[in-house]
Design a protein around this ligand. Structure first.
Ligand code: NI
Length: 264
């Protein structure tokens, strides 16, 4: 039984250049049922679609990451839109706001590009995959306004913010960060978010869970993330196994993206 649905990976990343095909060929036999490969730059959007065409279990999300706005061509939105009708494109992402790096585009420009892509997703009735780094207030403001369906990926907000995300009908995406020693918010959220609103992800090649922190991440490592989620939930008095966490997350992801998970 293939339990792991990775809702967020970047297998187009150059970190996989040396062994991409060999790795992707073996993921299904290692328990991965599906992967959504998420675009960040325009090139990554096209590459995500290509990977989805080449592997039946891979689907694609296309969108411009807030860290990749500078140097975008004027017709970027049309280019993203042109990919949305592809049968294996299941979401617009990753899109959002990133106030962590000083050399990212100015906040107002980020918000404009984010809003344009939220509207695009709405127009095409597609879910979104949201990147929010140190931009919780502005992210929530736009989510309240556009009310998309989708995932707040690599969730780093508070329990209160998670509650609002859930009340908007969105999913909370948890990955390697829940296993980090200094993680407080992700752990609190992992312990308390309703099981019906949870998805699991990697952000591969980044965000490897402990004990692989700092190494290249791939979707198989989600089992460590699920183990930690099961642990903190069980410690709160709701006994659950990692397999049950993965199963719930898999069903949630399938229903969000309109995919029947490839469990066998
Ligand atoms: Ni990502």
């Amino acid at each position: 039984m293939r339990l792991i649905f990775d809702t967020h990976a970047h297998y187009d990343d150059e970190a996989f250049d040396s062994d991409r095909e060999a790795l992707l060929r073996t993921l299904p036999e290692k328990g991965i049922c599906n992967v959504v490969n998420v675009g960040a730059e325009l090139k990554g959007c096209y590459d995500s679609v290509t990977l989805a065409e080449e592997h039946s279990y891979i689907y694609a999300a296309v969108g411009i990451h807030p860290g990749c706005i500078q140097g975008l061509p004027d017709d970027y939105l049309q280019q993203v839109e042109s990919l949305l009708s592809h049968p294996k494109v299941v979401a617009v992402g990753e899109i959002g706001l990133d106030y962590h790096f000083d050399d990212n585009a100015p906040k107002e420009v980020q918000k404009e590009v984010f809003a344009a892509q939220l509207q695009l997703a709405k127009d095409h009735d597609l879910p979104v995959i949201i990147h929010d780094r140190e931009a919780h207030g502005d992210t929530m403001e736009l989510l309240r306004k556009y009310k998309p369906k989708g995932i707040v990926h690599c969730f780093s907000g508070s329990v209160e913010m998670a509650r609002e995300v859930v009340s908007l009908g969105m999913y909370v995406g948890l990955g390697g960060a829940v296993t980090f020693k200094n993680a407080r918010h992700p752990v609190e959220v992992a312990a308390s978010v309703p099981l019906t609103s949870l998805v699991v992800e990697t952000d591969a090649p980044y965000m490897s869970p402990v004990p692989f922190r700092g190494k290249r991440c791939d979707s198989t490592m989600i089992s460590y993330t699920a183990e930690k989620i099961a642990q903190v939930r069980s410690a709160q008095g709701t006994p659950i196994t990692a397999a049950e966490v993965l199963e719930a997350a898999r069903e949630n992801a399938g229903s969000l993206f309109g995919i029947t998970p490839e469990v066998l």
